[in-house]
Design a binder for this molecule. Sequence first.
Ligand code: ZN
Ligand code: ZN
Length: 362
Amino acid sequence: MTQDLIALRHALHRHPDISGDEGNTAHMVATALRSTPADLLVTDLGGHGVAAVYDSGQPGPTVMFRAELDALPIAEASGVAHASQRPGMAHLCGHDGHMAILMGLAGTRPARGRLVLLFQPAEETGAGARAVLADPTFAALRPDFAFALHNMPGLPLGAVAVAAGPASCASVGWRIAVRGREAHAAFPETGQSPAPVLARLVQHLASLPVSTATICHLNMGAPAFGIAPGQAVAHVTLRAASDTGLEALEHDLRNWIADNTGGLTLDITRHDHFNATLNDPEAAAHVEAARDELRIEKAAFNFPMRPSEDFGAFSAQAKCALFFLGAGEAHPALHDPAYDFPDALIAPGLAMFRAILARLTG
Ligand SMILES: [Zn+2]
Ligand SMILES: [Zn+2]
C-alpha cells in the first residue's frame, strides 16, 4: 500500500503543475480515484479541484481531509531520480506527498457519516480554497469537520505539532505603483522621480518588526543613464498573526503612504490574500488525541506558522484543524530548490488521518 503511494508521489513529483494550471495533476488524481468505489466524484471544483465522497449511508458527521494540487514556479535542484521533468516548476512544498497521503484514504467508507477527500487547486496563491468554497458544487460536500496537514522541515521527522487557535498567519501582497514623470538625466529637477518616495517607503518598511512587511520586488526607471526615472513598482508582502492584525497593518500603511507621496501618484492593488488559519479547539483536540493514540512524538512549535495557508478559508464552514508533520530537523526548507517531500511521512500522515476519521465516525 505505502509502496503504491510512494510510486504515485514520485509520478506526481515528475509532472508538477503550478497554481491555477493543475489540469494534468487533477487528471492523474481523478484517474487514481476512479479505481475506488466513490459515491460521488467531483472534478473542476473551484478550478481544477477534485473531490471524492465516501458515504456510509448512516447519519453522522461529514469529515473532510484536504491536500493541495499545485507546485511552484521554481527550478528543482534536489538531484533525486524522480525530479521534475518540467523546466522551472517543481513540488517544493511537498503537496505531492500530501496528495499521496490523501490517496491512501481512497475507498475508505466510514462506519457513519461521510468522508470527503478534497484535492484543492491554487493553494500557493491563496485563491484555491476560496474558489472551492464559492463553487456551487461544494454545497454537496459541505463538511462538519475539516483537517489538513502540512509537512514541516525543522521539526523531527514524523513528529506532530498541533494547537487550538492561530495555526498560520494572515498575509496579503501589495503592488505599489508610483507614477511621476521622466526627465533628461541632466535636468532631473524638471521631472518627478519616484526615488525619494521609494527610499522613504523602504526605510519605513524596514523599521517594522521582522516578517511584518517583506519587500519582494522593486523596480524603478529604465536601465539607462540618460533618463531620470518617472515610474516605480514595489511588491510588498504584509503578514500578521490574525486577520484583524493584518487589517490594522494595512490601515496604518495606507495612512503612512497617504502622508508620504511627495506629490506623486501611488496606486495600491492587493494580491494573494490569505486569511489566518484558526484551529477549532474541538478539531485540534481530535488531532492531539490521534497523535497520542498512535504514540507519535509531540513536536514543539512556535504557533502560528509564519507562512500563510489558505486552509483557513474553510473555518467559516467547518470545525477545522491544520497540523504540522515534521520533515526532519536538517531537511531543506519549504520552497528551497533542494527540497523533496520525505517518503517516510506517508505512513504516519495516513495513520493520523485514519485515526482522526475513526474518532469522528467510528
Ligand atoms: Zn508552499
Ligand atoms: Zn504548502
